[in-house]
Design a protein around this ligand. Structure first.
Ligand code: CO
Length: 167
């Protein structure tokens, strides 16, 4: 699967809720994991919209935990925490982003089971970042000056992002 990058209008689409988890849904999730596995550096989260599929699903892969979440929704947020973020759709670009420290999130797993869970730390951050994608939001939307971005060697800030930040 191709990962769409900053500036592509598909990333601004709102993802639709998944109504039934069928074979096709499971195949998309599998392909998303394969796609994320092939990125360098390896991504820790990927939303379906980033591979051009506008349905409310994201996957995550942390050191000790991975999964796919369907129709996620944040019910409660508390606290604030600044942390460095990047995105497979904005490769090589990092920025400190303020997120809720703790979230209560609900969603559906691949077996169709509803769940509700309280998250902290990196997992809470990844979920907030990915749920933003489902609403057409990219992490750099929280930035208003170019200077806060860190650019990895060999990468450039996308032109569309420069245009947005330098006026
Ligand atoms: Co992202």
């Amino acid at each position: 699967m191709k990962i769409y990058t900053y500036g592509n209008p598909v990333l601004r689409k709102k993802s639709k809720k998944v109504r039934n988890i069928d074979k096709e849904t499971l195949q998309i999730v599998k392909d998303m994991f394969d796609t994320m596995e092939q990125t360098t550096p390896k991504g820790i989260g990927l939303a379906a919209i980033q591979v051009g599929v506008p349905i409310a699903i994201f996957i995550y892969k942390l050191e000790d935990d991975s999964g796919a979440i369907i129709n996620p929704e944040i019910i409660e947020r508390s606290g604030q925490e600044l942390g460095e973020e990047g995105c497979l759709s904005v490769p090589g670009i990092y920025a400190p982003i303020e997120r809720a420290e703790k979230i209560l999130v609900k969603g559906i797993d691949l077996k169709g089971r509803r769940f509700e869970t309280e998250l902290l730390g990196i997992k809470a951050r990844v979920f907030q970042h990915e749920i933003d994608h489902l609403n057409g939001i990219i992490f750099t939307d929280y930035i208003n000056e170019l200077e806060v971005l860190s650019v990895e060697e060999g990468y450039e800030v996308p032109e569309e992002l420069i245009d947005k930040l330098v006026k």
